[in-house]
Design a protein. Sequence first.
Lengths: 322, 266
Amino acid sequence: MSPEPIIETTGLRRTFKGRGKGAEVEAVAGVDLRVEAGDIFGFLGPNGAGKTTTLRILATLLPPTAGTACVAGFDVAKHPNEVRKRIGYVAQAGGSYREATGREELVIQGRLFGMSKADAGKRAVEILDALELADAADRTCGTYSGGMRRRLNIGIGMVHRPAMLFLDEPTTGLDPQARARMWDEIRKLRDGGTTVFLTTHYLEEADALCDRLAIIDHGRIVAEGSPTELKREIAGDVITIGVNGHADQVVKLMAGQPFVREAGLEDGLVRLYVDKGEEAVPSVLRLLDGHGLAPSTMDLHRPSLDDVFLKKTGRSLRETAA
Amino acid sequence: MPLRGDAAAWEKAVRTIRDTWLIFDRSLTLSLRNPVWVIMGILQPILYLLLFGPLLTNIARMPGFPPGGAFNVFVPGLLVMTALFGSAFVGFGLCDEMREGVVERMTVTPMSRVAMLVGRSLRDVVLLLGQGLILVVLAIPFGLEINLGGVAVAFAMLAVIGLMMAPVSYTLALVLKSEDSLAPVVNGLALPLLLLSGVMLPMSLAPDWLQTVAKFNPLFHAVSAIRALFNANYGDSEIVVGLVLLFVLAFATIALGARSFSRSAE
């Protein structure tokens, strides 16, 4: 049996006042989540899907409009301080001040969690060493590179050795090298026993980094599982065909073929889910040719998380995230 | 209300004081590291002292001008101006910290919310008292006469002005979130407060209606009280009125500001 979940929410909702009188925007529209301790849990979705709002509720920054959320054994609305003692939170905005040094930021954070000056100083050195920031310890954060600053921000969130760390878009805006470095740091945290809950709109990140995922769209969770499980839901391969103006006809034609499991039209492209892509492509071409339909583009690929998102929401995350 | 001897309440009080000190210490260190604002804050009253003060020496002989030398009337006003500007604009620094996620980061710690406000406000008070001290010292060669007791109480009053205005500025910053929205609001608030306080010229020169309006301005009473203190008129009722008014208002704005900090994340 799995142990007690470190995060459990039921029917979590959050509405904001919208424009106009009495208008309301539902940013989180009934989220039920269960996160096991020891995982890197990813929250994947386009901008505005409700990722950050959910994260802020879980991190005690925002009271939910309805529903409950338990984090690290405590209700976020009833016992926020108990939750705060047990979690670290790194906002998208960062958290370190550009005119303070890395060491100063780590020390004050430790002290705000009740550590003595000496303990906070020792802990700061430990973190600076672990994140390879020791050389920059006494420089102001404003002089750090993007990747260094992000690492420091995570270090600030880890000062009090929380069981659970929340990261809001930890790699957005980082170059590929700094991103890979950040992934390594996040994996190290997990391997050290910290549960990591992160939001991302990068498919690759969700796929490569996360042990489990929830895909969120319009404030609702549309799919949940490990990246492999999610992709397995889409059996076989995916063929996308561009046909100028005859899409409906092509869908109808393909849907009747025995080698096609499913055919549909998404984002103006015909998508076929087939068992063996490399064998299906010639048949598809022959069929199109036989009906006088000329494809403008054709693409064959293994299912990605984007296909999962597309199947669940009818939109591509690549486009919505852009 | 927590009972006397209640361990949790005691712990909470200790925690609040400790956190206040931590935030005060951090804020002061950061302000002194990049003292542009501190220097700007003192430059303006010094210019007034050098370039406007001398004009008053002749006006001081006019009927209606309060007793005391020109500089004993003018410097108390400048001190209140320094205290006002030294605290009304502190929200700008908070906007900067919010943009970098500092406020949010600290909100997700168990630290005291009162300390977030009071720690910063005390930093502002220390800075404005330092500015005031420089101003007083510079004014002595111009003919400012000082008595230590009066000046000490006057500086206590300046501190309370800071504790009254800084929380207002921080609250506005937490609500408005950007310097661009904050600037017109703070200006719109600080300028009438300044003009109706008799800082430049004594309000006793003003027409009746203006004097009546000024009576509703706490800073008017502060200026009158500090003038009395500089002139050693310890019996002046304005001293008590000013002190009580400022203390009550400071208490209210601190309560308001602390509430804003505990809800800042929403």
